[in-house]
Design a protein around this ligand. Structure first.
Ligand code: ITT
Length: 177
C-alpha cells in the first residue's frame, strides 16, 4: 500500500485512476521556496518519509506561462489561492503568446532507500475564458487544442496530463523492480 501525501482531492483522484490501491494522507508538509519543483519535492519528501515510515509519495506541480517568463511556476499554489484564474486571465490580457505548460514532479520513497523522482509535462495554451467545472485549480483556463482540462473527465485528462506522465513513469518503475 502506498500513501499519497496531498491535500488535493483532485490530484488524488487522478493518481488513484492510475495506481488503483493508494491511500490519501492529508498530513501536510513544508513546501520550501525554491526555484524548481524538484527541490520542493525532495525537501518535502525528507519530512514526509521521516514522519510516515512506509511507502510514500508526494507530488509537486506548477503552471509555467511563457509570456510571463514561467510565472506562476513554483508559486502556482499561492497564485491560485490569491488572484486565482480570473487574476491570471487578467495578467494575460493583450498577450498574443498564450503558450503554457504544466509540470508535475512525483517523489517516491520507502524505508531503506533514497527517494526517486519522475516528471511529466503537458503543453497547451492559456485560454481567453474559463471553461468547464471538472478538474481543479487552473484546469478551466488551460487548453489543449480547443478543449480545456476543466472540460475533461479524469480518464481524458489522464491520457495527456503532466501528472499522468509522472505517475505512469513511477508506476512503470515500481512494476519493473
Ligand atoms: P499538495 O497538498 O499536493 O501540495 P496543492 O494543491 O498545494 O496540493 P501543488 O502545490 O502541487 O498542489 O499545486 C500547485 C498549484 O497548481 C495548486 O494551486 C494546484 O491547484 C495547481 N495545479 C496542480 N496540478 C494541477 C492540474 O493538474 N490542473 C490544474 N491545476 C493544477
Amino acid at each position: 500500500m502506498i500513501y499519497f501525501v496531498t491535500s488535493n482531492k483532485g490530484k488524488y483522484a487522478e493518481a488513484q485512476a492510475i495506481f488503483g490501491d493508494i491511500v490519501q494522507k492529508d498530513i501536510g508538509y513544508a513546501e520550501i521556496q525554491a526555484d524548481t519543483l524538484e527541490e520542493v519535492a525532495i525537501f518535502g519528501m525528507k519530512e514526509v518519509a521521516a514522519r510516515l515510515p512506509g511507502r510514500v509519495m508526494i507530488e509537486d506541480a506548477g503552471l509555467f506561462v511563457e509570456a510571463l517568463k514561467g510565472f506562476p511556476g513554483v508559486y502556482s499554489a499561492y497564485v491560485q489561492k490569491t488572484i486565482g484564474n480570473p487574476g491570471l486571465l487578467r495578467l494575460m490580457e493583450g498577450q498574443e503568446n498564450r503558450l503554457a505548460y504544466f509540470k508535475s514532479v512525483v517523489a517516491y520513497a520507502e524505508p531503506g532507500m533514497e527517494a526517486v523522482m519522475f516528471s511529466g509535462e503537458v503543453h497547451g495554451q492559456i485560454g481567453f475564458e474559463a471553461r468547464g467545472s471538472k478538474g481543479f485549480g487552473y484546469d478551466p483556463i488551460f487548453y489543449v487544442g480547443e478543449v480545456s482540462l476543466g472540460e475533461m473527465e479524469i480518464a481524458e485528462k489522464n491520457q495527456i496530463s503532466h501528472r499522468a506522465g509522472s505517475m505512469r513513469a513511477l508506476k512503470k518503475w515500481l512494476d519493473r523492480r
